[in-house]
Design a protein around this ligand. Structure first.
Ligand SMILES: [Zn+2]
Ligand SMILES: [Zn+2]
Length: 90
């Protein structure tokens, strides 16, 4: 299952689609079997991570990202949560 985070922000002002948290960030896989490249990395804060857990509750956990990939992902995200879901985590 792939969550849609390409939401049209102009239609989501009220729901505050973009998470702006910058603390407790972790790098997670966009897709469980999407590989270990930066393109499959997503920076999420602890709160959004808790919500996102529902998408990967079963099965084998994907391999860890390398430190380099994690650092690159955090840099790309400018050390901010990349979550844009409007599922109640913001
Ligand atoms: Zn967040
Ligand atoms: Zn979120």
């Amino acid at each position: 299952m792939q969550l849609n985070y390409n939401l049209d922000t102009s239609k989501n002002i009220i729901t505050m689609a973009r998470c702006i948290r910058t603390r407790n960030l972790e790098v997670y896989h966009k897709q469980r079997y999407g590989g270990n490249d930066l393109s499959n990395a997503k920076v999420l804060c602890e709160t959004c991570r808790t919500v996102a857990l529902t998408y990967g509750a079963s099965g084998k956990a994907p391999p860890e990202f390398t430190k380099e990939t994690k650092n690159a992902a955090l840099k790309r995200a400018r050390n901010q949560c990349e979550c844009t879901w409007s599922g109640g985590c913001h």
